[in-house]
Design a binder for this molecule. Sequence first.
Ligand SMILES: Cc1cc2nc3c(=O)[nH]c(=O)nc-3n(C[C@H](O)[C@H](O)[C@H](O)COP(=O)(O)O)c2cc1C
Length: 167
Amino acid sequence: MCHDRAVDTKEFDQVVDGLDYPMFVVTTVHAGERAGCMVGFTTQASIDPPRMLVCLSNKNHTHRVALQAELLAVHVLDPDDGPLAELFGGQTGDEVDKFAQVDWHEGPGGVPLIDECDRRFVGRIRDRFELGDHTGFLLDPVAAEVDSSGPALGFQQVDDLEPGHEA
Ligand SMILES: Cc1cc2nc3c(=O)[nH]c(=O)nc-3n(C[C@H](O)[C@H](O)[C@H](O)COP(=O)(O)O)c2cc1C
């Protein structure tokens, strides 16, 4: 194993290939402009205080709105949420109004909450970090709702979905 240079992308890809992690839809709003996309690069980042890190690609419409926003809503996708994954992961807000195609309502600060996702929290953006081609948004949860539990839709279930924006 080499220690003094970055590994080839191919070698790294082999390490992460096949990993599974939960998928979310992250929504936000700024000055009346709503945005949302499917996200797999997320993790709980602190237990006490509770914090979550959400990583948004700097190509995405959602990223542009989130840079100005105060809040992000993080919705856990269920294993049968394929249609939501296709809408929020396979379409871009640069071209379509995703919120015309789902039922939603305004949450704290006007952030759009998707009605059919009954497991979600709203987080205040505490900090932003340039990570590379993604920006990390560190969230302090300010509201949470949960009517279901169990496994989430996993990355491997949607790995073949073509993202609405190149990554
Ligand atoms: C399996 C899968 C995982 C994805 N993970 C992320 C992610 O972690 N972060 C991100 O910003 N986009 C991710 N995307 C891409 C966006 O969901 C996708 O490009 C979306 O269409 C962007 O929408 P927007 O331009 O309206 O924001 C993922 C897409 C797929 C299919």
